[in-house]
Design a protein around this ligand. Structure first.
Ligand code: NAP
Length: 317
C-alpha cells in the first residue's frame, strides 16, 4: 500500500492551509474530506474579518480559492469518511468507509459539528423548520417569521443575514449579555427587523409536519409562553447557532482531549503522539476563526515536514 508523507483529515481553512504549505514543501500529501470542502465556513455569506476578504467575500468563494491553491501545489484529495485511526508508530493507518490509507504524519483538521437545542420535538423538525445554516436555508423563509437561537457571533451575523429574507427575526438568547463582537451587536441592534428575547430558551417545538408552534421558557422566573405561527403563514423558522462540538469521538482514548472533547496540542500543533498534529476548530484554543485555523494549518504542515526530516535523518544513521 502506498505510504503518504502526510494525510490531512478535513478540508476546511485549517486543512487546506496545511495542504498549501505541505504541497509547497513537496510533501506527498492527501486530504480526506467527508463532505464538501470548506466545513462551517461554507455557511457564512459574508466574511468581513479575514484580511484581504473585502469588499465582499463569501465562505464558499474563499474556500474555492484555497482549494485551487492546494491543488496547484499537487495535493491530492479524496471524498471519504474516516471511521478509525491507528496513530502509534512510524506508519499510521487511516481507515475510511471506502478505503484505508497509510502515512507517516497526520494533521487532524476535522472541525466541529453544530450543537442541537436539545428541546422536546426537535428531531422531528430538522430540515423542516429547524436549520443550522442561514446561507443554505434562508430563501425557504422568505416573508415568514424566524427565530434565531444563540447570542454569539454566528447567531447575530446570521440573524442580520436572515433579515434579507424573513419578515421579522427574533433572537432568542438564554442570558441578557450577548457574546458576539460589539461591532456585530451594533449592527444587529440597529436593524429594524431584529428583536431580542433575553433570558429565554426553547422548551418544545410542535406541528403537524411543519413547524407550527413552540413553547419558550424564561430561565429567570420559569414562566412559559407559546408562540404560534401567523395564521396566514402557517409556519415559521428556527435557526440554531449555539456553538459547536468537536468531531473527536474516534480519537478518544488515543489523543489527549479536554473535558469538552477538543484535542490538546502545543504551540507547534503537536498532539501527544509523535507525527500527529491537530489544527483549526478541533483543537483547544481561545479564538476559533478562519484566520486562526489557517495559521494552525500552516504551523502543523511545517512541523510535519520537520518531523519527516528527523525521521529520515534517524533512518540514515
Ligand atoms: P459561541 O461563540 O460559542 O456562542 C454560542 C452562543 O450560544 C452563546 O451565546 C451561548 O450562550 C449560546 N448557547 C450555547 N449553548 C446553548 C444552549 N444549550 N442553549 C441556548 N443557548 C446556548 O458560538 P458561535 O457564535 O457559533 O461561534 C463559534 C466560534 O466561531 C466563535 O469563536 C466565534 O467568534 C466564531 N465566529 C466568528 C465569526 C466572525 O468573526 N465573523 C462569525 C461566526 C462565528 P452563552 O453566551 O450564555 O454561553
Amino acid at each position: 500500500m502506498k505510504i503518504y508523507d502526510l494525510i490531512i483529515i478535513g478540508a476546511g481553512p485549517a486543512g487546506l492551509s496545511a495542504g498549501i504549505y505541505a504541497g509547497r514543501a513537496l510533501l506527498d500529501t492527501l486530504i480526506i474530506e467527508q463532505a464538501l470542502p470548506g466545513g462551517q465556513i461554507l455557511q457564512t455569506a459574508e466574511i468581513e474579518n479575514y484580511p484581504g476578504s473585502e469588499p465582499v467575500e463569501s465562505g464558499a468563494t474563499l474556500i474555492d480559492r484555497m482549494e485551487a491553491q492546494a491543488e496547484k501545489f499537487g495535493v491530492a484529495k479524496v471524498s471519504d469518511t474516516v471511521k478509525a485511526v491507528s496513530l502509534e508508530g512510524k506508519i499510521k493507518t487511516i481507515t475510511c468507509e471506502k478505503e484505508s490509507y497509510q502515512t507517516r504524519t497526520v494533521i487532524i483538521a476535522g472541525g466541529s459539528t453544530s450543537k442541537a437545542i436539545g428541546c422536546k420535538g426537535e428531531e422531528n423538525f430538522i430540515g423542516r423548520g429547524i436549520s443550522h445554516c442561514g446561507t443554505c436555508d434562508a430563501p425557504f423563509f422568505k416573508d415568514l417569521e424566524v427565530f434565531v437561537v444563540g447570542g454569539g457571533d454566528a447567531a447575530l451575523e446570521e440573524a442580520i443575514y436572515l433579515t434579507k429574507f424573513a419578515k421579522k427575526v427574533t433572537i432568542v438568547h438564554r442570558r441578557r449579555v450577548l457574546r458576539a463582537a460589539k461591532s456585530i451587536q451594533v449592527k444587529a441592534f440597529k436593524n429594524d427587523k431584529i428583536q431580542f428575547l433575553f433570558h429565554t430558551v426553547i422548551k418544545e417545538v410542535k406541528g403537524d409536519g411543519l413547524l407550527e408552534s413552540m413553547i419558550l421558557a424564561n430561565v429567570k422566573d420559569g414562566s412559559e409562553i407559546e408562540i404560534k405561527a401567523d395564521l396566514s403563514d402557517g409556519t415559521f423558522g428556527i435557526f440554531v447557532f449555539i456553538g459547536y462540538s468537536p468531531a473527536t469521538e474516534i480519537y478518544r482514548g488515543k489523543l489527549n482531549l479536554t473535558e469538552k472533547g477538543y484535542i490538546i496540542t502545543d504551540a507547534d500543533m503537536k498532539t501527544n503522539i509523535e507525527g500527529v498534529f491537530a489544527a483549526g476548530d478541533i483543537r483547544e484554543k481561545s479564538l476559533r476563526q478562519v484566520i486562526t485555523a489557517a495559521s494552525d494549518g500552516a504551523i502543523a504542515a511545517v512541523q510535519a515536514g520537520k518531523y519527516l526530516d528527523e525521521l529520515e535523518e534517524a533512518d540514515q544513521q
